[in-house]
Design a protein around this ligand. Structure first.
Ligand code: TXA
Ligand code: MG
Length: 332
């Protein structure tokens, strides 16, 4: 059934309307510093079911629960171990999600039947006002159709979810551009990164003074397997409609190879898009937007330069690029 999606501003009166929609069991897409989220009342099983339906997402894939302040952790989590508290104090509000044991009141529908819950306090001020006005934690996955690149602008949300959700908040483009770092804190003395993001393993280790588990090679492998710790990573993600191929190697050789292959493919009548980022942060900010733009432009094949290992953040972006490319990599 198509519904009439409302478009709301970030003015207080509109955010209060959005909060009212959420309290009444509806869904509202809102900006965060990472990507746009599709928010519903995290404590309502029905709202979470609606979220899966709108996204076309498998219901065993747990949702991230968003809170407005550190003080609200225990409304959702059963315990808040010291190390989790240290991370929250140092990094929240910000692009970090912690997995903790859940309270019984959090419905199974929100956590995909898991006994744990993923929690995040976003830095985006509009997001925090919305959560505060709603008076309830918000379950919010990325506001895209499942499998599509995450939305980093409200227009991306409109193109995926118009007619399927109650409202979309017209906020700023997201400054981070890739989803939050997800850290398993259920064993508080051995934090494990389940999804790499803008908060790096080095930052976690620095805050806690202990090693933080994350091995990019192993994470890539785990992604390809059927029963990874983080259920979301087993599905195809971030995929443009176009075919995509990554080029790895010396940067000048990569550039040459991309241009040469692009010429050859164009000669065959294909529409070719190329992606060459210089810097990990710029890449994070632009990747999903660029993938969506290329789909809109009717590109058949995307040739993209892999990022090197010079910065930790590059691993996080490469995690998304590899998935978008279905792990098709060419050595240049
Ligand atoms: O930046 C973000 O995190 C965005 C914005 C909207 O906050 N949200 C987001 O949510 O990316 P979503 O639902 O698209 O991704 C949730 C990720 C998935 O990889 C999921 O498997 C993992 O978090 N996750 C959620 N709950 C979990 C749990 N209890 N245990 C392990 N992983 C969990
Ligand atoms: Mg997502």
């Amino acid at each position: 059934m198509r519904m009439d999606t409302k478009y709301l501003t970030i003015e207080d009166a509109d955010l209060r309307k959005a909060a009212e929609i959420i309290r009444a069991g509806g869904l509202v897409a809102f900006p965060t510093e990472t990507v746009y989220g599709l928010g519903g009342d995290a404590m309502s099983a029905q709202s979470s079911v609606k979220i899966y339906k709108a996204k076309g997402r498998p219901s065993d894939n747990p949702l991230i629960v968003h809170i407005a302040k550190v003080g609200d952790v225990l409304r959702v989590a059963e315990s808040f171990p010291d190390n989790a508290r240290k991370l929250a104090d140092a990094i929240w509000p910000g692009p970090m999600t912690m997995v903790l044991p859940k309270r019984a009141e959090v419905p199974d529908e929100t956590t995909g039947g898991l006994s744990t819950v993923a929690l995040r306090c976003p830095a985006n001020e509009v997001a925090r006002r919305l959560i505060e006005y709603a008076g309830t934690p918000l379950a919010a996955p990325s506001a895209n159709i499942s499998g599509r690149p995450s939305p980093t602008r409200w227009e991306h949300v409109r193109s995926d979810l118009d007619g399927k959700i109650d409202a979309i908040i017209i906020g700023e483009p997201c400054i981070g551009g890739i989803e939050s770092t997800v850290i398993d804190m259920t064993l508080p003395d051995s934090p494990q990164i389940l999804r790499p993001g803008l908060i790096t393993p080095a930052r976690i280790s620095e805050v806690l003074g202990i090693a933080c588990g994350y091995d990019p090679a192993l994470a890539e492998e785990a992604d390809a397997q059927t029963a990874p710790k983080s259920p979301g990573t087993k599905y195809r993600h971030y995929t443009p409609r176009a075919e995509m191929m990554l080029y790895r190697g010396d940067s000048s050789k990569v550039r040459e190879a991309i241009l040469e292959d692009a010429r050859a493919l164009r000669a065959q009548g294909k529409r070719v898009g190329t992606i060459i980022y210089e810097d990990g942060r710029e890449a994070a900010q632009n990747l999903f937007k660029d993938l969506r733009q290329m789909d809109e432009d009717g590109v058949d094949i995307i040739l993209a330069s892999a990022l090197d290992n010079s910065e930790e953040i590059n691993y996080s972006v490469m995690n998304r690029m590899l998935k978008a490319a279905g792990y098709v990599v060419k050595e240049a």
